[in-house]
Design a protein around this ligand. Structure first.
Ligand SMILES: Cc1cc2nc3c(=O)[nH]c(=O)nc-3n(C[C@H](O)[C@H](O)[C@H](O)COP(=O)(O)OP(=O)(O)OC[C@H]3O[C@@H](n4cnc5c(N)ncnc54)[C@H](O)[C@@H]3O)c2cc1C
Length: 93
């Protein structure tokens, strides 16, 4: 199915669909968002995603849902790159 994705680094299932969320191996489940692939901050939605319902409405819904997950991932990334001096006053470090 997603043969063009082989070699991109995202983990695929045995049929070539992109694994996301709990389907991703090798990472703590809490660390992977439900539409996130095995590559951090790389997301998959719609027909190409393993276990997705192959319907237009499902693909559109996942497209809407992934926006919040992207915001969440970017916020976490931004927080992890905060210079020490810009953290909330009173924090331990
Ligand atoms: C014959 C048929 C009938 C269907 N009938 C229905 C129906 O009645 N009702 C229903 O709900 N669903 C139906 N479906 C399913 C529905 O079409 C899909 O679930 C839906 O289109 C999935 O949307 P998507 O955006 O995930 O993928 P797609 O609509 O397949 O969009 C993926 C896009 O990515 C492009 N692309 C692929 N590779 C690359 C690349 N390397 N670089 C750039 N672009 C790339 C493709 O050209 C395509 O435009 C039908 C599917 C088929 C095949």
């Amino acid at each position: 199915m997603a043969a063009g994705l082989r070699g991109c680094g995202v983990e695929l299932d045995d049929k070539g669909f992109v694994l996301t969320g709990q389907g991703v191996a090798g990472q703590p489940q809490s660390a992977v968002l439900s539409l996130e692939t095995s590559l951090p901050r790389v997301f998959a939605i719609g027909d190409v995603r393993s276990s997705s319902i192959k319907r237009v409405a499902a693909a559109v819904g996942e497209g809407a849902a992934v926006v919040a997950q992207i915001h969440s991932a970017l916020s976490a990334l931004s927080a992890s790159h905060q210079p020490r001096g810009s953290r909330v006053a009173g924090s331990a470090d």
